[in-house]
Write a protein that binds this ligand. Structure first.
Ligand SMILES: NC(=O)c1ccc[n+]([C@@H]2O[C@H](COP(=O)([O-])OP(=O)(O)OC[C@H]3O[C@@H](n4cnc5c(N)ncnc54)[C@H](O)[C@@H]3O)[C@@H](O)[C@H]2O)c1
Length: 301
């Protein structure tokens, strides 16, 4: 996201609670890294006013399902309080023209494998999923009650270089191969997800930001973004092992609980209204992702 914005000539401030260390690897030159907590509303207000930022992409969140199950309150604090803090700060900032809040396909909950469409009710029940559904509804509230120019993205499973969340299946599998260990699958391997390369997601979110700044009727609107590459966890692990020419066999723990079984995301609305479509084929995206970790061995711990 930062790279795309800088390439487009924007001045970019990247606010994160955890800057430094490996988090800074691969961060593009020119990004102003701001070490802060989005829940600190006074700080967010101050930085919006000092920078005169006109575009806010709210991505900060506790994004992992396992830690969310272990400590729901902390996840709710980061994801729900963090979102109301950003929205409230945006409401009072004169320069703000467009805001996107990252929700998730997980906000829909279990639809029994039916494709998620934006008009479907959000029926999330597990902690991470519910935190994203709550953030999503808060964004709708600020749009409908306060006319804040905010739209909502609901992406499928993202993958791409720079992801340091090793409990996620794509970076976790690549890391295992690079350190010579069997990749671990915490579920039984059958969970189906819709994978989307981070560059495609970025392009979709930026088109959405641009559109909500231009069109009043998109305030509070949600857009699904998906790559259309639906694979089970076991299938994606095998794809990565093949691409890395690894003879390792995955270890299936079957310990994951509170996960949606099958996710299918329709991005028809984004295709129609944002003229967006995913450009990165899964095999190309995975190759590129593997290369990223190969050229950044310092992040592999
Ligand atoms: N990765 C996916 O598959 C996926 C899919 C759909 C939606 N999303 C959403 O997209 C957004 C970005 O996801 P990601 O995969 O880049 O996650 P990530 O975990 O890589 O990045 C999230 C960042 O937020 C920061 N953060 C957490 N709490 C914070 C706080 N209180 N203040 C400031 N920074 C804080 C973390 O330090 C981290 O760097 C999230 O909102 C996530 O819920 C992700």
């Amino acid at each position: 996201m930062s790279r795309a914005l800088l390439t487009a000539g924007a001045s970019v401030h990247g606010l994160d609670i955890d800057w430094g260390g490996s988090r800074s690897v691969g961060v593009p030159d020119g990004l102003a890294a701001v070490h802060a907590d989005v829940r600190d509303m006074a700080f967010v207000r101050r930085i919006l006013n000092e920078t005169g930022a006109d575009t806010i992409i709210h991505l900060a969140a506790q994004t992992l399902v396992g830690p969310a199950v272990a400590d729901p309150v902390e996840t709710f604090r980061h994801n729900i309080e963090g979102t109301w803090s950003v929205l409230e700060a945006c409401r009072g900032a004169a320069a703000v023209r467009r805001v996107v809040v990252a929700s998730s396909d997980k906000a829909y909950g279990d639809a029994g494998g039916r494709p998620y469409r934006e008009e479907m009710a959000l029926r999330a029940v597990h902690p991470y999923d519910a935190s994203k559904a709550a953030a999503d509804i808060l964004a709708q509230t600020y749009a409908h009650t306060y006319r804040l120019p905010v739209a909502i993205s609901r992406c499928g499973n993202l993958y791409g270089g720079g992801d340091l969340n090793w409990s996620r299946i794509v970076p976790g599998t690549i890391r295992s191969v690079l350190v010579g260990q069997r990749p671990v699958i915490r579920s039984d391997g059958s969970l189906v997800r819709d994978y989307l390369h981070v560059r495609d997601a970025t392009e979709g979110v930026l088109r959405l930001a641009e559109a909500v700044g231009r069109r009043d009727d998109l305030r509070g609107a949600a857009f699904n973004l998906s790559g259309g590459s639906r694979l089970s966890v076991l299938q994606i692990v095998r794809r990565i092992l093949d691409l890395m020419r690894s003879p390792l066999e995955p270890e299936i723990l079957d310990t994951a609980r509170f996960e949606i079984v099958e996710q299918r995301v329709s991005s028809a609305r984004a295709r129609r209204e944002l003229s967006w479509r995913p450009e990165v084929r899964l095999s190309d995206g995975l190759e590129e992702t593997i290369d990223w970790y190969r050229i950044h061995p310092e992040v592999i711990r």
